[in-house]
Design a protein around this ligand. Structure first.
Ligand code: ASP
Length: 342
């Protein structure tokens, strides 16, 4: 019996995987063909074509680039069983979240990967990571995922948690979707989304990039909110303390938040803690925040909350409509944890 060959497109965008040392340090310079040549032979069940879309250090990948990547994936997906996007690790989790919201009704695999070492350095993790990404397509895990260090993570659950470990990413507040083992891919979840029969893939890539992420420290001044508004920001995500605490004695952040919230600016509250949900109903400072009109980030990663707010603001500036968008689960970004018992 002949094994079916999967058709895969390798779409490259830069990152360490494509970098070589230059005068000023590592910079992307290896093209898509060289990346594919280095991988050639590692996965005979895949017929891989390539396209070089961008060649950036992912520190330079910004919302406009997410739109370019989403559009290209949308344009080319019908020709393939899946698309592997190589990308720098630094902002890969943001791009993964963005593609998750922008590409709706995905029944095929769109997999982001990269590496901690350039593909042409001895000991590189690039080949193994590409192998994991290609395996995601071969075993048909649908939706946007991030494949790294033999782990497959839902695109809206990935967080880069280590600068130098080969296991650079974690699946936060949700189990991974797959783990590549010696005996093949152990699939824990087949798809990031439930897609209605007959629904076509939709490109839904409008965005408003004017979202600010504010990480609180003890003593943050309430005036910061008006300053952000004056600078043109249209949405704010706050990384608050623990379950969602903010200070309101001495320096009254809640008054500052209420003022901009009353002015129609959506404010989403997440936790500074990497693991576990935020829940504003537990402490008095939290319930006062809810009264001030904030939207709960619940168990979303900060990356997903920021991108979802940009995406929601791309559709509407109405704060109550944005609250409805946040209450809905589009790609597994929320509802990954059971509710807290109190
Ligand atoms: N600075 C690189 C980038 O994000 C880091 C990496 O790819 O690992 O493009």
């Amino acid at each position: 019996m002949t094994k079916k060959t999967s058709k895969i497109l390798l779409l490259t965008t830069g990152g360490t995987i494509a970098s070589r040392p230059g005068e000023g340090g590592l910079a992307p310079s290896i093209g898509a063909k060289e990346i594919l040549d280095a991988f050639e032979g590692s996965c005979p069940e895949a017929a891989i074509s390539y396209e070089e879309l961008l060649n950036l250090d992912s520190a330079n990948v910004q919302p406009e680039h997410w739109q370019i990547i989403a559009r290209r994936v949308f344009e080319r997906l019908s020709e393939y069983d899946g698309i592997v996007v190589t990308h720098g690790t630094d902002t890969m989790a943001y791009t993964a979240a963005a593609l998750s919201f922008m590409l709706r009704n995905l029944r095929k695999s769109v997999v982001l990967t990269g590496s901690q070492m350039p593909i042409d350095e001895p000991g590189t993790d690039a080949i193994s990571n590409l192998h994991t990404a290609v395996s995601v397509v071969l075993c048909g895990i649908a939706g946007v995922t991030l494949a790294f260090d033999r782990l497959v993570i839902n695109g809206v659950r990935a967080v880069k948690s280590s600068t130098v470990d080969f296991g650079a990413f974690e699946s936060v507040n949700a189990p991974p979707m797959g783990i590549l083992r010696a005996d093949g891919m152990s699939v824990l979840s087949r798809s990031t989304v439930r897609v209605e029969d007959g629904a076509n893939v939709i490109l839904d890539s409008a965005l408003c990039p004017d979202v600010f992420l504010l990480k609180l420290v003890p003593g943050t001044k309430p005036e910061i909110f008006q300053t952000l508004l004056d600078m043109g920001y249209r949405g704010i995500v706050i990384e608050a303390f623990g379950l969602g605490g903010v200070h309101c004695e001495g320096r009254d952040l809640i008054a500052g938040i209420k003022k901009i919230s009353d002015a129609g600016i959506p404010v989403v509250v997440c936790s500074q803690c990497l693991h576990g949900p935020s829940d504003l109903s537990v402490y008095e400072v939290g319930t006062r925040l809810l009264d001030a009109g904030v939207i709960q980030g619940a168990d979303m990663t900060t990356e997903s909350a920021v991108v979802k707010l940009m995406w929601a603001l791309g559709k509407t500036k109405d704060r109550s409509e944005i609250a409805k968008i946040f209450a809905a689960n589009y790609a597994g970004e929320s509802g990954g944890l059971p509710p807290l018992k109190h």
